[in-house]
Design a protein around this ligand. Structure first.
Ligand SMILES: O=P(O)(O)OC[C@H]1O[C@](O)(COP(=O)(O)O)[C@@H](O)[C@@H]1O
Ligand SMILES: [Mg+2]
Ligand SMILES: [Mg+2]
Length: 337
């Protein structure tokens, strides 16, 4: 089998797109290298002293895990000197990270959730890293929050890694979605699946059922119908999965279809939802749409949302197109009352 490494894949993609500037390729390679280092740290577990709490809170008011902090540092250090970035933003940092003056600046903005699925770290369940790439209109100028306030449709690349039994990198440059597996002997990511595609229909859904009593009516109705199975209006049985690591739940959907929901509920309504738009919902929505799926808030297409804050939260409904459309239709019907 021809083994295509990430580097070769990116060089060929750049050639096909006739892109002169190799900064985007360099950026993706540096992010991948940082994820390799994170994968090594996670693999050590308690032997590496990386499990447990860091003893600090992030801007979301959540207790940070040691691996949240370590992954954040690894991504910052790897990316700040390469000359391909105008700035970075992370779930674990309140403010954007400007490129230190001693380093050259580039034209891209990198946003990331350095460690996704933090509640699963100490119990050895798959976690991941999620990233999104934008172009900076004011490259070379002082960095501000508003430089990042671009709709998801403006993303030039997005990806996630899953640190599971094997370490996978899933990537889109706006021309399909491709999966790379980390070859630990070779030390590089190797292309193992091209053009991932999400089936339009599915019998599998993922939601945190323990929040059921807090959900809005449209979600109550949708999930009730799923649970009634073939005896109910859907006329078929549905199965449920919930890993509680968005990367793992979304990767399952990219592999065999499904629906992922973290809808608005009365617990999170004040903050607008649970998951973050800029470095969770937008990159995942870009990837899912590139694989033939759909992604909404239940009411609007996620990629069309105009961001207002670096850490703003939104409801998320994504995956197999026909189920996303049904959930969204129930919301719109519900609002017509
Ligand atoms: O704990 P819950 O309610 O099941 O929420 C799980 C969700 O929260 C997250 O862990 C939030 O992400 P972080 O771990 O990066 O904060 C998602 O990965 C996951 O989908
Ligand atoms: Mg996350
Ligand atoms: Mg996180």
């Amino acid at each position: 089998m021809r083994r295509i490494t990430l580097t070769r894949f990116l060089i060929e993609a750049q050639r096909q797109q006739g892109a002169q500037n190799s900064d985007l390729r360099l950026l993706i390679e540096v992010v991948a290298r940082a994820c390799k280092a994170i994968s090594v740290a996670i693999g050590k577990g308690s032997l590496g002293g990386v499990l447990g709490d860091a003893g600090s809170d992030n801007v979301q008011g959540e207790a940070q895990k040691k691996l949240d902090v370590l992954s954040n540092e690894i991504l910052l250090e790897a990316n700040e000197w390469g000359g391909h970035l105008a700035g970075m933003a992370s779930e674990e940092m309140e403010l954007p990270h400007a490129i230190p003056t001693e380093y050259p600046k580039g034209e891209y903005l990198l946003l990331f959730d350095p460690l996704d699925g933090s509640s699963n770290i100490d119990v050895n369940i798959s976690v991941g890293t999620i990233f999104s790439v934008l172009k900076c209109a004011n490259a070379g100028c002082d960095l501000h929050d508003h430089d990042f306030m671009q709709k998801g449709t403006q993303q030039v690349a997005a990806g996630y890694t899953v640190y599971g039994p094997s370490t996978l990198l899933v990537l889109t440059l706006g021309n399909g979605v491709h999966c790379f597996t980390l070859d630990r002997e070779l030390g590089s990511f190797v292309l193992t699946k091209e053009n991932l595609s999400i089936p339009e229909d599915t019998r599998e859904f993922a939601i945190n059922m323990s929040n059921q009593r807090f959900w809005e009516k449209p979600v109550q109705r949708y999930v009730d119908e799923l649970l009634q199975g073939k005896e109910g209006p859907r006329g078929k049985d549905f199965n449920m999965r919930w890993v509680a690591s968005m990367v793992a739940d979304v990767h399952r959907i990219l592999t065999r279809g499904g629906l992922f929901m973290y809808p608005l509920d009365s617990k999170t309504v004040a903050q607008g939802g649970k998951l973050r738009l800029m470095y969770e919902a937008n990159p995942m929505a870009f990837i899912v749409e590139q694989a033939g799926g759909a992604a909404t808030t239940g009411r609007e297409r996620i990629l069309d949302l105009q961001p207002t804050g670096l850490h703003q939260r939104v409801p998320v409904v994504l995956g197999s197109k026909n189920e996303v459309e049904r959930v969204t239709r129930y919301h719109l019907e519900g609002s017509q009352g």
